[in-house]
Design a protein around this ligand. Structure first.
Ligand code: HEM
Length: 344
């Protein structure tokens, strides 16, 4: 077969264990696929979405109920965004639980952390664009968190919200960040991340002398597997988007429910739960930031796996990092469940 453009994305052959599903979980590849779906469906949504407070929710209703296949496009965009956050978290856990961040991959791990933060920020800004009753928490509690930062809180709040309280300027700012600012940076980081995977010698496996087997697969085989994974993911996503609609509530009105009754988007429920403990700057700012910094610097300050241990789950050399990641994961899941329980 003559190689085409897609074949050139991979080296001519790679060690077979770099492409094992039970090692990579295909999470990185799925994240790339979801990012592409988001880009295409997001561009299509832009033809109908109107970023003004009185038109935003109505324009989404028009798109959903009146535009042919508009509902499907919107559902695909929504579900891809939720799965992108989940799949990226799975990918991060896979990288930590296999110690794949060891040198020379430390820098790429940081690029990955940047992508994770951007995926969450894109999900958050996109969710605000609904400008319906469901987004009150984000709009009121979320933006007020910025105000609680000592010294710089107020000016930062004005920059974020575009005034002294949420209004038309807020929506246009979130729109600008969502469709351009964050998307552009995410696109650049994504290409850089993928380039670094290749530059760092592909996915982490032991060097040839320490490898149990020397079996290699061709790029045609790799591309075939990627194609199958993508088809399966596309089928699942289409089925879900056909039958389960993305949330949309009534447009925001000044008189409607208070912010206390509103719920954070699912990926910030753990933060919402911590806010009940007291000081918003500490629980809503310092603690989440500390978690982020701790995870980001795992490759730099924690013991590394030995070279021969790479390519396997749970290497002995980085047990400390695995324990820390597991602890954070359990704490976040527990806080999320608590936030979902009905208030006593
Ligand atoms: C939108 C988010 C992301 C995308 C699209 C993405 C994509 C990918 C892909 C396609 C690969 C190669 C295949 C694989 O390992 O599955 C990869 C590898 C890698 N990623 Fe990511 N990634 C993302 C986020 C992250 C995050 C959050 C981290 C960790 C902080 C990370 C760290 C790494 C590392 C260290 C490798 C090399 C793994 C190894 O050598 O075994 N990535 N990424």
């Amino acid at each position: 077969m003559r190689p085409n453009f897609f074949h050139h994305l991979h080296p001519p052959t790679i060690p077979a264990r770099q492409a094992r599903l039970r090692y990579t979980l295909a999470a990185g590849g799925l994240a790339v696929f979801l990012a592409l779906v988001l880009l295409v469906t997001g561009l299509l949504e832009m033809f109908y979405y109107i970023p003004t407070p009185d038109q935003a929710a109505v324009s989404i209703q028009t798109l959903t109920f009146l535009v042919p296949y508009g509902g499907l496009v919107r559902n695909l965009h929504y579900w891809s965004a939720q799965f992108l956050v989940i799949v990226t978290l799975v990918h991060l856990l896979r990288v930590i639980f296999t110690g794949a961040y060891a040198p020379p991959r430390r820098f790429n791990y940081l690029l990955g952390m940047g992508l994770l933060v951007l995926a969450i920020l894109l999900d958050f800004t996109g969710y605000v664009l609904r400008w319906d009753e469901g987004i009150r928490w984000a709009l009121v509690t979320g933006t007020n968190l910025v105000r609680s930062i000592p010294l710089v809180g107020n000016p930062l709040y004005t920059i974020l919200v575009g005034g002294t309280q949420p209004g038309p300027a807020t929506l246009i700012r979130f729109y600008g960040w969502h469709i351009l600012g964050l998307t552009l940076v995410a696109g650049i980081l994504l290409v850089w991340h993928l380039f670094r995977v290749r530059r760092d010698g592909g996915i982490a496996v032991p060097p040839p002398a320490l490898r149990e087997d020397q079996v290699r697969i061709t790029r045609y085989e790799l591309l075939r597997r990627e194609g199958v994974a993508m088809l399966l993911a596309a089928t699942g996503l289409l089925l879900l988007s056909t039958f389960v609609a993305a949330p949309l509530a009534a447009p925001i009105t000044a008189s409607a429910s208070t912010s206390e009754m509103a719920r954070a988007p699912w990926f910030f429920l753990w933060v919402q739960q911590m806010l009940k403990l007291g000081n918003p700057f500490f629980w809503g700012g310092i603690v989440p930031l500390a978690v982020l910094v701790l995870i980001s610097f795992i490759p730099y300050f924690f013991p590394q796996p030995a070279k021969g241990e790479l390519g396997h789950w749970f290497p002995k050399g980085n047990r400390l990092a695995q324990a820390v990641a597991l602890f954070i994961l359990i704490a976040i899941i527990a806080l999320t469940i608590l936030a979902l329980l009905p208030a006593a």
